[in-house]
Design a protein around this ligand. Structure first.
Ligand SMILES: [Zn+2]
Length: 218
């Protein structure tokens, strides 16, 4: 119960000390509708606290979280697609100009790609969902000799997964079209839980670099 009490206390403090800071901006957005410029896709992991990480405030980010920050390839199979529908909403209705796929260190989803998951109904959807990390795992294992420890192997998998998920974004017709028109930019990020630093994927050099080096973006 303490966990819930902490949230209630937190909300009280938020209203008392912080809400005023956003009040005017929010009432404007409430009148006209949200206009985030960025779709931020990351993992459900409780250690990822986006607003703290990047100093964002209400209205800045349209946030999509799922296990492993995976992006299913575009599909027309008519199933219920929570992730795909959030992507379509951000791209086709909100007209975001950036999409960030942000992976992270110590990701349980990426680690579990190397573990056996029982075939029971308790895990059936997780097991299916984790197929979206398989390509990253395969890519990582192709260069297994480069990684001395399991921790190195997992980190490489997490980063390769960001690259794979970015690639999957390009299967969405709306995104493909906007990229051709130069109306959207896709970013691959990696959040390090040891020190709070963020790396970005440099496509030209096929490597991850500290976000502080990412000045030529703007
Ligand atoms: Zn994770």
């Amino acid at each position: 119960m303490n966990a819930i009490k902490n949230l209630i206390r937190g909300n009280k403090l938020f209203r008392k000390y912080q809400f005023d800071e956003f009040k005017d901006d929010l009432s404007e957005l409430n009148a006209t509708g949200q206009k985030p410029e960025i779709l931020f896709i990351t993992c459900c992991d409780s250690r990822i606290t986006i607003d703290f990480m990047v100093g964002s405030k209400p209205g800045d980010l349209f946030i999509l979280r799922n296990i492993g920050n995976f992006v299913p390839p575009f599909s027309l199979n008519g199933d219920f697609h929570g992730t795909a529908s959030a992507i379509e909403y951000a791209v086709s209705i909100l007209n975001v100009s950036h999409i960030i796929v942000c992976g992270h260190s110590y990701c349980g989803a990426c680690k579990s790609l190397y573990e056996d998951i029982p075939d029971t109904q308790h895990y059936i959807n997780i097991k299916k969902w984790l197929q979206l990390g398989q390509e990253a795992k395969n890519l990582t294992l192709e260069n297994k000799h480069l990684y001395q420890t399991l921790s190195d192997l997992y980190k490489a998998t997490e980063k390769n997964s960001v690259i794979c998920q970015v690639k999957n974004l390009l299967t969405y017709p709306a995104i493909k079209e906007k990229i051709e028109l130069n109306n959207i930019t896709i970013h691959g990020w990696y959040y390090n839980l040891d020190d709070g630093s963020i790396e970005y994927y440099d496509k030209n050099e096929n490597s991850f670099k500290q976000i502080s080096e990412y000045l030529n973006y703007y």
